[in-house]
Write a protein of this length. Sequence first.
Length: 94
Amino acid sequence: MNKSKYLHQKLLNIKGYVILGEDISPLKHLRLTNSFNTIGRLEEIVQFAQTRDITITVARYLNDEHHLPEPSIRLILNVEMTDEELEFLCTVLQ
């Protein structure tokens, strides 16, 4: 199984998130499933992940776009990540 599909499946198993993006894509967007899906709450998750040496970011968009998507965490898979690193990423996101 390629890493993108593996990560996608692991992310789908984490409760509390909606995972957006194709399973074969290295780019994933994660949203919280409840009313806590705010930029502020997502920033807290990003900051917590950074204390665990994981680099993720809140997706940012221009204010003048006609339709702004809901806030999300943007995660990009590095092909050199090991299965253990992917497991750790998912553990931190829980």
